[in-house]
Ligand binder design. Structure first.
Ligand code: T6T
Length: 316
């Protein structure tokens, strides 16, 4: 696709990123580093990326840290840089800490494409593909308000780790939207370290300390799963409304069985596929759109059967 066609096809900012120099246009090797091994959001992204690479005759080597942590991810990135791929497609687990090694990749002629999360420094990647996470947070709040149907009380947002660009933006969007509703009191956002058990503990202690808790927003898969467990253990499923983000097989089961009332699903396959397309275009020296926002949708039990295509995979 040429630049003009990309502008028409994407729903991003319309800015064109620099394609940079020093990359061998015939390099057919791509590397992908996702945020966490075996996690359905990233598995769905990886499966689509592998299909897109194979369809265009490129090799793709996919790796991920065991946990959503920058130390192991930086180490993996070091190995990837030495293997000299044409591009690295990465979900940086920290919006600052990964800047230095990614800058090194760039100066070694490796194109950097961000998928899902992004660095604060926008001068390193040629392109970023993600959901509009701020809008996703707002959508979660609007969905919660609809589910509450006029009920008033306290509301809690669970973030993962500060410095995760996606969940930080979701928590902010949620906060800005909830503040428009005087009947709802937003409790201070709490951090779960992206561990379901920590999310569950926080929700249990919040339930004990805040008898008027009416709603919880889990900003991603693990936080939502943990919050669902805590509400079920307290016998509060459906009484305290839970809106999750993502649509893993477990989250979909929880929606079906009433532990969760709504999910904001992303389109990780689209992110993975477009990430590969952008990487290949950048290797060839073509100009690529700097920022593209992919689809996102709110799903409840009532409409889940019609929105099955948004459910994530746990294997390819
Ligand atoms: O929500 C996704 C992803 O968008 C986020 O950046 C990190 O968490 C997930 O991978 C879900 O666990």
């Amino acid at each position: 696709l040429g630049a003009a066609a990309l502008l028409l096809a994407g729903c991003g900012t319309g800015q064109i990123g620099e394609s940079g120099g020093g990359t061998d246009p015939n390099n057919k090797n791509l590397a992908m580093i996702t945020g966490m091994r075996g996690e359905p959001f990233y598995v769905s992204m990886e499966c689509a990326a592998k299909e897109a690479a194979a369809a265009q005759g490129y090799q793709i080597n996919v790796q991920a840290p065991e946990k959503f942590e920058q130390a192991e991810q930086s180490q993996i990135l070091g190995g990837v840089i030495s293997s000299k791929p044409g591009a690295v497609i990465i979900a940086p687990t920290d919006d600052k800490a990964l800047a230095a090694p990614l800058k090194q990749a760039k100066s070694n002629g490796i194109k950097v494409v961000e998928v899902d999360t992004a660095l604060q420094d926008r001068s390193i990647a040629v392109s970023s593909l993600s959901s509009d996470n701020y809008e996703g947070g707002k959508l979660a709040a609007q969905t919660l308000v609809r589910l509450l149907d006029g009920k008033t009380g306290s509301v809690l947002a669970l973030n993962t780790k500060a410095g995760t660009s996606t969940t930080d933006a979701r928590a902010k969007g949620f906060e800005d939207e909830i503040k428009k509703h005087p009947g709802l009191t937003l409790l201070p956002t709490q951090y779960t370290k992206n561990e379901p058990a920590t999310a569950a503990q926080i929700v249990s202690s919040t339930l004990a300390a805040t008898p008027d808790l009416v709603g919880v927003f889990g900003t991603n898969l693990n936080t939502g799963e943990g919050a669902g467990t805590a509400l079920a253990n307290a016998g509060k499923s459906g009484e305290v409304q839970l809106v999750g983000f993502d649509a893993s097989p477990k989250q979909v089961d929880d929606l079906r069985n009433g532990r969760v009332q709504a999910l904001i699903a992303q389109d990780p396959a689209q992110i993975g596929q477009k990430g590969v397309d952008r990487a290949i275009a950048a290797i060839k020296g073509e100009q690529v759109e700097r920022e593209t926002k992919t689809k996102m949708i709110s799903i409840t039990k009532d409409d889940m059967e019609q929105k099955k295509q948004f459910f994530y995979k746990s294997q390819c």
